[in-house]
Design a protein around this ligand. Structure first.
Ligand SMILES: [Zn+2]
Length: 87
């Protein structure tokens, strides 16, 4: 699996620069996910075949968490936004 994600702060990078944080769930809006939110997203997955919203962290760059809208079938990333930005 290789594709490009765009960090809202640093710009486009290979996906290997990032850490996957699971699907965005209702109530996740408004900032960095806490431990309970990460547990829900890691263990209670919907596994959508299509477009879903996900948490990612730019672990090899600025370290920021952000949201991405990605097609899980093609790995095409439709958009990204900083965690504090409302969609
Ligand atoms: Zn970054």
């Amino acid at each position: 699996m290789s594709f490009v994600l765009e960090c809202p702060h640093c710009g486009p990078r290979e996906v290997t620069d990032f850490r996957f944080g699971g699907e965005v769930r209702p109530g996740d809006d408004g900032g960095r996910p806490d431990a309970a939110a990460l547990t829900r997203t890691l263990y209670l997955r919907a596994n959508v075949d299509g477009v879903q919203r996900e948490w990612w962290q730019h672990r090899s760059g600025c370290g920021a968490w952000f949201r991405a809208e990605r097609d899980t079938g093609t790995n095409r990333v439709l958009r990204t936004a900083a965690a504090e930005v409302a969609w």
